[in-house]
Design a protein around this ligand. Structure first.
Ligand code: BGC
Length: 742
């Protein structure tokens, strides 16, 4: 018996030592990732290496089956997890388990000015991605809001590099905490859509570094993002998916990005450039982004057989290939090969709660004369809701960010649910886009309408006269040319005759509230005739509930505009200087768009030209009032390696609990170069009960005083006097204090 026992123990011991010895380093997650990468790389054949650097289907790339590495699945992004399409076609796969929660569009997230909400957003989205088996989410987008015509502004975080940088980092951290890679996009200078594949951006180094790159840099250096997507357009005559300066020099050499650069879908155009200029993974080639199926084209991708031929015939060594594969392997170990990653969850109540909280915090009360809002819930008997956007599902449409949702609450339904004792009527008012379909997902709504435009207005006006309130939901709608990928808006005005509807309704009822649904500013020629305006964004699943929360006062609005709202297009430098959309070259293949306004984007431009916008960057009202006072600085003199902290007291002087965003801008009193009058360098959202007050602290360092110096190709600050301007909007900065940089 004893002998048998010893024999068993010996066998077990040998098995376990055999087992231990044989665990290859790349599978041993106690080992540092770089060791695992080198070990895996050394085991891979040339074909296996080439296999992992390009797509094998519309959204996936190959793993290394022989080594037990699963395929890698990407998906859009950035507001929810896109429904599945067929392996090699854009048609819907027709799954019944891919209906997601749609979170508010990133413009709304930016408008919260609340990084903790960006963190929750990222975590929730990452959980949905995990549940759906996705390893990389194609987002967030941080292209700067340069013109309000850009069809994709709604997917981005506004005009200010500091705001976008601050908000993108926690989004990425939250998402990646699930073992799902974020893929910040579209790097870089993809600031309009219309000719996105042909636009060659001509820009000063200073504007590039000060305005258009900071959010990407923050994503890399502070968010430690694992993926980055090149943009369709060109910079210095090279497509940005294989751009020597942007990718090899700035991103990888200077910023030390260690993740993967993936092409936008169809954004790679050439093998040599793809090999040499920093692209790591190629997606979507020959499918023209969204349009054509391309059976078995994957082996013909620039980074597939053509690359292999180049290696075999000696044109390329494997140096670049190994660098690409290392990056892909690193991504695998962070995602698909990470045994500790969470399992995720889908359509949970927590996710809906996140969506609603972000929306409640990001909806912006733009105007509220005579406190028309919130709706007086105890007195209102009849409310008339008007407008197609009160009923139209907005989660379908807009391009690649289009979603298939488990549920979406329309503004009309949200209001009805929030106002049980009130008679809530509806009138159409105008007809916009009745189709409700994108890429095979249909809303199933019947929005057909037989009345003509004047009849629609007459019917709405008739009912408006007898209502306690008229709430009009209009704006844009994610249809082509109305805030949608692939095209820009054709003009600044509201589409579908809405101006006439608004004017007529405002005349019929003095308690007229306009809720603008869009990701962009629009012309408001009637602004002085209406008392209340709310910016309602594209909010996703919880749209109706969140809008009702704000309109009825259940939530006190605290969103702030992440972009300047011009009166006309000419209030924006890009248009005033006639630089948009650029000039076609003689061959009609490339359109040069010169960013002549340089660093003067958004409020920077408006300050320099003394333009008073309709609504300023950072503007947003509340149902309560706040007083800011007693601004102090921790020191009068700050050194280049030191910090300076500003403290300001914020008091809720009204009768409702609410949140205010303290904003700090820096003005350089004595610069040797042209500088914007002021630049946002700090902000903090603070929640206060009625009568409550708190000290808010904002700390800055040398970075906040610096500009990009073209002569030395680097950031530079100059000794001398600066002023910190503090308030609650870029056009309301009542407090200031001077300090010196030494
Ligand atoms: C878009 C990307 C998107 C990709 C995949 C492209 O057309 O520009 O933002 O992630 O398609 O859908």
């Amino acid at each position: 018996m004893r002998k048998i026992l010893i024999a068993v123990v010996a066998v077990l011991a040998s098995v376990s030592s055999w087992g231990q010895k044989s665990v290859p380093v790349y599978l041993d997650n106690t080992k540092p990732i770089e060791e695992r990468v080198e070990d895996a790389l050394a085991r891979m054949t040339l074909d296996e290496k080439l296999g992992v650097i390009h797509a094998q289907s519309k959204f996936s790339s190959r793993g290394v089956p022989r080594l037990g590495m699963p395929d890698f699945w990407t998906d859009d992004g950035p507001h929810g997890v896109r429904p599945d399409v067929l392996w090699d076609e854009w048609e819907q796969a027709g799954q019944t388990n891919d209906s997601c929660v749609a979170f508010p569009a990133l413009t709304c997230l930016a408008a919260t000015f609340d990084p903790s909400l960006a963190m929750r957003y990222g975590i929730s989205l990452g959980e949905e991605a995990r549940y759906r088996g996705k390893d990389m989410i194609l987002g967030p987008g941080v292209n700067i809001y340069r013109t309000p015509l850009n069809g994709r502004n709604f997917e981005y975080m506004g005009e200010d590099p500091f705001l976008a940088s601050t908000m993108v980092v926690p989004y990425i951290q939250g998402l990646q905490s699930n073992g799902v890679a974020a893929c910040v996009k579209h790097y870089a200078l993809n600031n309009d859509e219309e000719y996105r594949n042909q636009v060659n951006v001509v820009i000063s180094d200073r504007a590039l570094h000060e305005i258009y790159l900071p959010a990407f840099k923050a994503a890399v250096q502070k968010g430690h993002v694992w993926g980055l997507m090149g943009a369709y357009n060109l910079y210095k005559n090279q497509h940005n998916c294989h751009n020597e300066i942007l990718l090899n020099q700035i991103l990888k050499r200077d910023w030390k990005f260690d993740g993967v650069v993936i092409s936008d879908w169809g954004g790679a155009h050439d093998t040599e450039q793809s090999v040499m200029n920093g692209l790591d993974m190629e997606f979507g080639t020959w499918t023209d982004g969204l349009h054509f199926g391309a059976s078995n084209a994957y082996q013909n991708y620039y980074l597939a057989n053509p690359y292999k031929e180049g290696i075999l015939n000696g044109k390329y060594t494997t140096k670049e290939l190994d660098d690409k594969v290392r990056r892909v392997l690193r991504t695998f170990f962070r995602t698909t090969m990470n045994p500790d990653r969470k399992t995720g969850s889908m359509c949970s109540e927590e996710h809906y709660e996140t969506a609603r909280d972000v929306a409640n915090s990001g909806i912006v009360l733009l105007k509220n004369d005579k406190s028309v809002l919130p709706v007086n819930v105890s007195k209102a008997r009849r409310i008339l809701v008007v407008g197609e956007n009160a009923v139209k599902m907005m989660t379908v449409g807009g391009g690649s960010s289009s979603l298939k949702v488990q549920r979406e609450v329309s503004p009309l339904d949200g209001l009805k649910a929030a106002l049980p004792g009130v008679q809530v009527d509806y009138e159409r008012g105008y007809v916009g886009d009745v189709t409700g379909a994108y890429n095979g997902v249909t809303t199933g709504q019947d929005l057909s309408e037989s009345r003509n435009a004047s009849q629609l207005i007459a019917d709405a006006v008739a009912k408006a006269k007898n209502a306690d309130y008229v709430i009009f939901f209009g704006g844009l709608n994610k249809s082509d040319y109305q805030d949608c990928e692939g095209h820009d808006r054709k003009n600044y005005e509201l589409p579908y005759n809405q101006d006439a509807v608004i004017e007529a309704l405002a005349k019929a009822n003095k308690n007229f509230i306009y809720v603008n649904i869009s990701g962009n500013a629009v012309a408001m020629p009637w602004i002085n005739k209406i008392p209340a305006i709310v910016q309602g964004w594209f909010i996703g699943s919880e749209a109706g509930n969140a809008l009702a929360d704000v309109l009825t006062g259940k939530a006190n609005p605290s969103g702030k505009l992440p972009f300047s709202w011009g009166r006309t297009l000419n209030d924006y430098g890009a248009h005033a200087l006639n630089t948009y959309p650029g000039k076609w070259r003689a061959d009609k293949k490339i359109i040069d768009e010169e960013y002549k306004e340089g660093i003067y984007v958004g409020y920077r431009w408006m300050d320099s030209k003394k333009i008073k916008p309709t609504f300023a960057f950072g503007h947003g009202l509340s149902y309560t009032t706040f007083a800011l006072s007693n601004l102090r600085a921790s020191t009068k003199d700050v050194t280049r390696d030191g910090k300076i902290t500003f403290t300001v007291n914020v008091k809720n002087t009204g009768k409702r609990a609410g949140a205010e965003v303290v904003q700090l801008y820096i003005h350089d009193d004595e610069a040797s170069v042209d500088r914007p009058y002021k630049e946002l360098k700090g902000f903090q959202k603070v929640f206060l009960q009625p009568g409550e007050s708190k000290d808010v602290q904002i700390t800055i360092d040398n970075e906040a005083m610096s500009f990009y110096d073209e002569a030395s190709n680097g950031w530079k600050s100059e000794n001398g006097s600066f002023t910190a301007l503090v308030g609650n909007s870029s056009d309301n900065l009542p407090l200031n204090i001077k300090f010196n940089l030494k």
